[in-house]
Design a protein around this ligand. Structure first.
Ligand SMILES: *Cc1c(COP(=O)(O)O)cnc(C)c1O
Length: 646
């Protein structure tokens, strides 16, 4: 009885010391989730309502989704966020036009490659109609989608990427049908084909030209710009192209100048220097006789994934308003100086349009690895081996003043214990004790180190070393491939218990069999964290973790590693009463993913049945058992690829 009371009091103290403000600070939600997400009084993450819509409790939402028989991992798409982002981008240009007394149009286009799913494309065409948002295609399939789905004659379609005869012909025929479509010359050898096909179809094309700028982006995608970039014409190729067009009497078709210096340009200075170079090109090309009327500044508008508002690769040191103002300001100043008519401004910002509107919810199903909290201080008998005595002494000596030194000693002792064990001079039991001391020491050191403003270099990696693995029911390769491929950071936090102090330093492991399937880098305002603080799992609770801002690129780059398929997707919109689940797209079933790799599930069942017949003939199983096994296999094929709840 006494013990129980003490526990309750301790818990109460912990609760008093920890508030949702601490949680907000720890996970940075007020920085990266600005105007979109917050923590409510129940300690749950909530979607912030706007004027007439209430906040939406995401934990309640996911409970509702489960009640419908759907399971995590699930992608939740907030269509209102998508709508709001389109509006925000468009409004930013309207404001910038006013600020700089600009007389041109703003024509945003959505690069389809960012997320090709039908509902997103449909939403963008629908929500973007009032702002004349168009589409950008980079391949034949995307071109067909752009032509088929764009129903607004005032919106434009830009055609980028490698082009063959079919691609060019389809774009020209779409022009014939009245689409406001531009073919962007990306490489010199496209020019002659375009001219030839246009002549044979008797279509006057609208042409654009992509230049290679010397200015380029910096960071994870910097290869997209600069002299070595895959696309675009060098200065001399550009001069040559203009001569060719002039000679073939096609120069009047050249109306658009395009560049794209890469995705996620985190530093506004890069954007400005590219603009300076591009606007100089624009003026020069007009001087050479081309009737340019559009300038397409490509994509690259960065998303502040970590909320730090810096030029770090997962951040951005500018906002949409500043971006729009700089784009419009640079173009205005050169046009006014040179007395050139203000062109229509095209942007191809994909990431900034879609990233915010999707989140992934995964469930932590188990924790493991080294859980140093549950390790007890081992008993060390007087006659214990020297190495064990030594690490015990280190443990007893450990204090906030000497922890770096003690850490080095502990590492040495642990190494020595391994060697002694390998040469059979240390028993399994004693080796276990040495390791237990080591982890307890690490845990204490992590606590001390957290109080410092910096992590001493010697201790780099210790937090991760002493962390607990939280196994989550999802595949990084399918759902957040950029974390695996290029270590891009996404904001991550638990959706519940945020009024409770999270005391476990964890890294997230997915359920693929790949050791790369871990998330061990987390957003932080000043640095990158190696662990995320989480709560101990409870057997009677779904511990849900949100991975936010995954609406750009992740869905389509995801792959079938280990044959984990698409997750379920739920579309949610809000109204004055709360939320509505508009649409549910069930994730891949096992038979679907087998089909992707050419297996027919019927054949799999036939082969299985043959094996069972043999087993019956050999009296290993009964007919009834074979029936059970067949039923199980059929139901598995019809089920999802992720784990069901046990
Ligand atoms: C990928 C791409 C974009 C989109 O870039 P974001 O960083 O998503 O804005 C725009 N234009 C071209 C040519 C691209 O290849």
């Amino acid at each position: 009885m006494v013990k129980r009371q003490r526990l309750t009091k301790k818990k109460k103290d912990a609760l008093e010391r920890w508030s949702i403000d601490d949680a907000s600070e720890l996970y940075g939600i007020s920085h990266w989730g600005q105007n979109l997400f917050t923590i409510n009084d129940d300690g749950h993450v909530a979607l912030l309502g706007s004027g007439n819509t209430p906040d939406i409790d995401l934990k309640e939402l996911i409970t509702e989704i489960r009640a419908r028989g759907l399971n995590t991992p699930v992608v939740i798409r907030f269509t209102d966020i998508l709508k709001a982002r389109l509006k925000e981008i468009s409004n930013a240009f309207t404001a910038a036009f006013r600020e700089h007394s600009y007389n041109g149009d703003y024509l945003g286009v959505y690069p389809i490659k960012v997320n090709q799913h039908r509902h997103i494309l449909e939403d963008i065409v629908e929500f973007g109609h009032e702002f004349n948002f168009g589409l950008e295609a980079g391949s034949k399939p995307e071109l067909l989608l752009a032509i088929a789905y764009q129903n607004n004659p005032d919106a434009i379609i830009t055609c980028n990427g490698f082009k063959d005869r079919e691609y060019i012909e389809a774009a020209l025929r779409a022009r014939q049908c009245g689409h406001n479509i531009f073919i962007i010359i990306e490489r010199p050898d496209e020019i002659n084909s375009i001219i030839e096909i246009a002549r044979s179809l008797d279509v006057q094309p609208q042409l654009g030209i992509r230049m290679k700028l010397a200015s380029k982006g910096k960071g994870l995608w910097e290869g997209s710009g600069g002299a070595n970039s895959k696309f675009g014409l060098t200065t001399s190729q550009m001069v040559e192209a203009i001569r060719t067009l002039k000679r073939r009497k096609m120069l009047p078709c050249l109306q658009l100048l395009h560049y794209h210096i890469g995705s996620q340009i985190t530093d506004i200075q890069r954007i400005k220097s590219a603009l300076r170079e591009a606007t100089a090109f624009y003026a020069e090309i007009i001087a050479l006789g081309a009737p340019l009327a559009y300038i397409d500044v490509g994509g690259g508008l960065a998303v502040d994934y970590d909320g730090s508002h810096t030029n770090f690769t997962s951040s951005s040191n500018y906002g949409i308003l500043e971006y729009a103002s700089d784009v419009v300001g640079s173009i205005t100043s050169i046009c006014d100086e040179e007395n050139i008519k203000h062109p229509a401004i095209i942007t191809e910002c994909g990431r900034a349009m879609t990233a915010h509107h999707s989140m992934l919810v995964v469930e932590a199903v188990a924790s493991g690895g080294i859980d140093s909290r549950s390790i007890r201080v081992p008993k060390v008998p007087a006659k214990a081996p020297e190495v064990l005595q030594r690490i015990k002494d280190s443990y007893e000596w450990l204090s906030p003043k000497n922890f770096q030194e003690v850490y080095n000693d502990a590492v040495e002792s642990r190494k020595e214990a391994m060697t002694l064990f390998n040469f059979r001079h240390l028993s399994l039991i004693d080796r276990a004790k040495v390791e237990d001391f080591f982890w307890i020491i690490c845990r204490r050191i992590v606590k001390y180190a957290q109080k410092l403003d910096y992590t001493p270099e010697d201790l780099d990696g210790i937090t991760a070393l002493a962390s607990t693995l939280y196994y989550c029911n999802f595949s990084i390769f399918q759902s957040v491939p950029d974390h695996w491929a290029i270590k891009q950071l996404f904001p991550i936090m638990p959706l519940q218990r945020l009024n409770e102090k999270p005391e476990v330093e964890a890294v997230l492991a997915d359920i693929t069999c790949d050791s790369d399937g871990v998330i061990d880098q987390f957003v932080d305002l000043r640095d990158v964290k190696e662990t995320i603080a989480l709560h101990p799992l409870k057997s009677n609770e779904n511990y849900d973790i949100g991975i936010f801002l995954v609406g750009a690129y992740q869905a389509i780059l995801g792959d079938l590693h280990n044959l984990f398929g698409d997750t379920t997707v739920v579309h949610v919109s809000t109204n004055d009463k709360g939320y509505i689940i508009d649409r549910t797209i069930e994730g891949d079933k096992i038979k679907d993913v087998l089909g992707y790799v050419e297996f027919n599930s019927e054949d799999v069942l036939i082969m299985l049945r043959e094996q069972l017949e043999k087993a019956i003939a050999n009296e290993k199983i009964t007919s009834e058992e074979s029936a059970e096994f067949m039923r199980l296999s059929e139901s598995m094929l019809d089920g999802h690829t992720y784990l069901n709840r046990i």
